[in-house]
Design a binder for this molecule. Structure first.
Ligand code: DC
Length: 344
């Protein structure tokens, strides 16, 4: 047995005795059930409420659910600007025979938004982010994944990895037959370090190696091959089934995760996108010509938008954000707000 503190929170609908008691009981019951707690092993319970809740009934709620002899305490919190209104928090100290990582902290109703990482654990919440090259998908997806503790899946990297294999093995990226024949020799796998994707080609970490202009150009060509897409599709769906993900690409909202909880389509003017790509290349000390970079993006957009299978397209239910005149943090905040509104 170890002593642990288990946390939880719930929001209430009305500042009335009935509503407060019911919700307090609901929260306690959920923590007890989900953690298999023997009520006799509870040492103490600390409640706190936001200060728009003017009454609290901790003793009634705990007694109603059969907890009779642990210490309880209830506090009213200071007003915190922009905090979630009408919220009851609880911390139960308990003797439990489990590992720390198996504790289940419980966030219910609007309080789920306080800790989406915990509240949505195992529920496979999916955010699909699509858009053309340079629209800001990966930059903002990384920030959002960190903020919400979701896993960030960069599907473009998977197409790039297959492209790298072709280039390393002198396979022409227009030679569909040869590429399809070689697919069985190409093992693409992912790992996530602090939620950020690392990508492997047959056990070699190629996360950095795939970021060249040559690979960008050729990835759009091999992405037209149905067998290539099929191979990657299963992998993409499996990751989304088992994790809360923010996944970016070209066909995530339309094809990979048509039931995603949130769909975003990012876009930006071609000159702004070309400028961003040039800035990235400068940072890496790579040589470039602005016009060439711009034309390269236009060519890739054309290939991605006009291919027969799973072309780049806004899903009907996606929210479009034009990022031309927005900062990275403005876009990230807009999307985080949309995600939080969709966590039910
Ligand atoms: O996002 P990126 O530049 O890393 O993507 C490289 C290419 O991979 C892109 O031009 C088209 C292809 N791709 C795709 O067809 N479908 C996806 N879901 C992601 C990328």
């Amino acid at each position: 047995m170890n002593i642990y503190s288990i946390r939880g929170a719930i929001t209430i609908e009305e500042n009335t005795k009935e509503n407060i008691v019911i919700n307090t009981e609901m929260l306690l019951n959920e923590i007890i059930e989900k953690n298999n707690i023997n009520k006799e092993n509870i040492i103490n319970i600390v409640f706190s409420t936001t200060n728009d809740i003017t009454k609290a009934y901790p003793a009634i709620a705990t007694r109603n659910i059969g907890i009779t002899d642990c210490a309880i305490m209830c506090l009213q919190e200071m007003y915190v600007e922009e905090s979630l209104p009408m919220c009851i928090r609880v911390m139960i100290t308990v003797n439990l025979d489990v590992k720390k990582q198996d504790l289940k902290h419980i966030y219910l109703k609007e309080a789920k938004k306080l800790r989406p990482d915990i509240a949505l654990k195992g529920s496979g919440f999916a955010v699909a982010v699509d858009g053309p090259a340079g629209s800001g998908k990966s930059t903002v997806s990384k920030i959002i994944s960190k903020e919400l503790s979701f896993i960030y899946v960069d599907t473009g990297a998977m197409f790039r990895t297959i492209t790298l294999y072709c280039l390393q093995n002198n396979i022409n990226c227009n030679n569909t037959e040869e590429i399809v024949k070689n697919l069985q020799n190409i093992n693409v796998s992912l790992s996530f370090e602090n939620g950020i994707q690392q990508i492997y080609l047959n056990d070699e970490n190629v996360t950095e190696k795939i970021r060249t202009q040559e690979i960008s150009k050729n990835a759009s060509i091999i992405a037209q091959i149905p067998d290539v897409r099929e191979k990657l599709l299963n992998m993409q769906r499996e990751i989304a089934n088992n994790n809360n993900v923010i996944m970016d690409g070209r066909d995530i909202g339309t094809n990979v995760l048509p039931n995603a909880n949130v769909k975003i389509y990012l876009d930006a003017d071609i000159d702004e996108r070309a400028k961003r790509r040039c800035e990235e290349l400068s940072l890496k000390n790579e040589k470039f010509e602005y016009e060439q970079v711009r034309q390269g993006i236009i060519d890739r957009d054309n290939l991605d938008k006009n291919r027969k299978i799973a072309p780049l397209k806004k899903a009907n239910d996606a929210i479009t954000i034009n990022t031309t005149n927005l900062s990275i943090s403005e876009v990230s905040e807009m999307i985080i707000k949309i995600i939080k509104e969709n966590i039910k």
